[in-house]
Structure formats: C-alpha cells, structure tokens
Write a protein that binds this ligand. Structure first.
Ligand code: GSH
Length: 161
C-alpha cells in the first residue's frame, strides 16, 4: 500500500471522478479495482466498506467517504494546495458549493432519468435558474471543481464531467 488513501472503483463508472480528483491531488493512493460484472461490489468484503454496494468509495485511514461528489469535496478540502476548490473563506466558496450540490443532487439525477427514458414530472429543461441549458453542454477543459468566472460558468465548470 502506497499510503493511507485507498480508492475502491470500477472503470467506466462514476468512480472516474474520484480517481481524477485523487490524481489531481498528487497524493499516493492505492487503487482497489472491483469487477462489477463479477459482483465484487456486492460481496461482504466490500459491503463492509460501503453498505450500499456502489462505487466509488474512498478509505482514508479510519474514514470511509462515499458518493463521488463528496469524495471530490473531501479531497479538495484535505489537500487545499492542489487548488481544486476555493478555500472556506474565499468569495467563490458559496458558488462552488452550490454547483457541487446542484450537479450531484439535481443535474445528474435528471440526466440519468433522461438516459434511462424515465418519465419525471415536472420536467426539468436542464438549466440552472439564471442560466441557459447550453451552459452544460460545454466540454471540460480544466480539472477544476468550480468555475473561475461566475458570469461565464460554461468556460471551466466541470463538476459533472
Ligand atoms: N451517487 C453515487 C452513485 C454511485 C453509483 O451508482 N455507482 C454505480 C456505478 S456508476 C454503481 O456502483 N453501480 C453498481 C450497483 O448499483 O450495483 C456517486 O456519485 O458516487
């Protein structure tokens, strides 16, 4: 084991976000790949780490952090030198948190509903209040968890990519 950080993940899943953030911190960590098709994420050994049986999960010493956005926020706070997020007193902190929660709590579920063709009411048009839905279609250009210019969130916002 190269350090106290261990990431349980599976390729081509939401785990990629956590993996990306970990890589951005530059911290040593151990990769714990799970084979979803083999059901490794539902075996007792993993359920003891994350009872929901989902990936990713980050183990940091005695702490276990689940939910990809929470893992990214945790890493950004623990390793501020990596510059992944505005610090707690920075003027952009509130906006950063708003977008992080919006991405995980509103945007992603809507995208998933759409992809799975689930019918949801009321229908969300993909836009955060005060923005256009086009804001979300821009490619990720920077490994940042927040946007640098709140008047142009589409230029570097990437929390859900
Ligand atoms: N909201 C969670 C979602 C985690 C999740 O659903 N992960 C999927 C892979 S993308 C998973 O583990 N699926 C396996 C299963 O539910 O059995 C997050 O962002 O971490």
């Amino acid at each position: 084991m190269s350090g106290s950080l261990q990431l349980y993940y599976a390729p081509r899943t939401r785990s990629r976000r956590a993996l990306w953030c970990l890589e951005e911190t530059g911290q040593p960590f151990e990769r714990k790949a799970l084979k979803l098709r083999a059901g490794e994420h539902k075996k007792p050994a993993y359920l003891a780490i994350n009872p929901s049986g989902k990936v990713p999960a980050l183990v940091d010493g005695k702490q276990v952090i689940t939910e990809s956005a929470a893992i990214c926020a945790y890493l950004a706070d623990k390793y501020p030198e990596s510059g992944l997020a505005p610090n707690v007193t920075a003027p952009k902190r509130g906006a950063y948190l708003s977008w992080m929660f919006f991405a995980a709590g509103v945007m992603e579920p809507s995208f998933t509903d759409k992809r799975l063709d689930r019918v949801v009411t009321p229908k969300w048009d993909g836009a955060m209040p005060g923005t256009s839905s086009a804001s979300f279609r821009m490619p990720c250009k920077k490994p940042l968890l927040y946007w640098e210019n709140s008047s142009q969130p589409q230029t570097s916002w990437s929390a859900a990519c």
